[in-house]
Design a protein around this ligand. Sequence first.
Ligand SMILES: O=C[C@H](O)[C@H](O)[C@H](O)COP(=O)(O)O
Length: 143
Amino acid sequence: MIAIASDHGGYDLKEKVKKYLEENNIPFQDFGCDSKASCDYPVFGHAAAKAVAAGTCEKGIVICTTGIGISISANKVKGIRCALCSEPLSAKMTRLHNDANMLAMGAGIVGENLALEIVETFLNTPFSGEERHSRRISLIEEI
Ligand SMILES: O=C[C@H](O)[C@H](O)[C@H](O)COP(=O)(O)O
């Protein structure tokens, strides 16, 4: 189960990501927002992050205009490692090395096709499991 959320700036791209998830039979839960009316990204980023941290959702995808505010908000939740990615290599590396459990994107930064490639890479790349990366993630958890 994927937690997905956006503010008004990410709403259109969120709908496109939802369509991609539906077409690929990937279940998701939408934590808002529900329209392009102006709203506050911390509310929605926090809601999705709480579901991931609680284990209700395995991973999360959050979108605002730049991806910055909503990633900062998600990363305030204990246990969340939310990576802001603008191209697939970062999405791949953050799964392999950081075991990121949330992906943030900026709808004003990436186009639809690139965003869907980032999502596909993020969802299909496993954590490497290598000891040095696990050790560093444990150090993050201690902070
Ligand atoms: O980091 C913040 C996000 O990019 C927001 O989507 C952005 O700040 C919203 O700005 P505005 O209210 O001017 O659409």
